[in-house]
Design a protein around this ligand. Sequence first.
Ligand SMILES: [Zn+2]
Length: 88
Amino acid sequence: MGYKKCVVKGCGRTTKTHPATSFFSFPKVKGIDRESIERRRMLWLQRTHTTEEELLTKVFLKICGRHFILGTFSSFCVFDKNLTDDMF
Ligand SMILES: [Zn+2]
């Protein structure tokens, strides 16, 4: 293994095939803002058709920067709706 893979259907980018692409982990529920993190995590799971179980067993599953409007994690964090259309 040793590389990350984009979990979005039809994308299939990996750090191997696209080394210049950023890959983002699913949000971890912890800290004082648990509720909003939990919501975001659920949203990511729903939109990528991924289960909690899959995430636990396949830690290499990420979402690549292609699915974030500005290509940054923070913009996605703040604006959950800013997923690009090819998520669906
Ligand atoms: Zn991707």
